[in-house]
Ligand binder design. Sequence first.
Ligand code: HEC
Length: 149
Amino acid sequence: MIRVDSIFISAASLLLLVLLSAMTFTGEGRADMSRDQHPDTRPAMRLDPNLGNVARGERLAIELECVECHGRAGLGIQRGWPKLAGQYEQYLLNELRNFRDGFRPHVFMAIYADALTRRTMHDLALYYACQGEDPGVADEGRCARPATE
Ligand code: HEC
């Protein structure tokens, strides 16, 4: 009798496990991914020290309207529109690529990152990475690249 009960319980747990896994794999987030890769396991975008130009990044931020939400000083103009000033260049690169490729789904950023190239992502990432904590326009002097190892 006891054995029958435990077999029943094991079968019920197994069924629950199967159902939970099925729900995980058909989850909305996963369906949105354009490639079969979880964002957390996607290798970082390689930062090319020969790319990235602050002046071009600043022009792009204005032309592509990034400044309309993130602000000219990269501080974000309202709650929920993230501050980008002083953020790590590598982080900005990764996130721009993730928005562009649908790995970080977001209604606005998917549109604004859609046409970015490797070069324009480097320009924008460097531009924002160079901005200081205080409001102001990026200063090329702050953006000297560290010597490559
Ligand atoms: C309509 C407003 C809007 C515009 C225009 C816009 N963004 Fe964003 N951006 C957002 C919002 C909102 C988020 C937060 C997204 C989220 O919640 O995942 C964001 C997130 C980001 C992030 C990630 C920040 C973080 O801390 O993870 C980066 C980088 C970024 N934007 C860069 C840009 C660039 C570069 C442009 C121009 C090509 C741009 N954004 C244009 C609203 C905007």
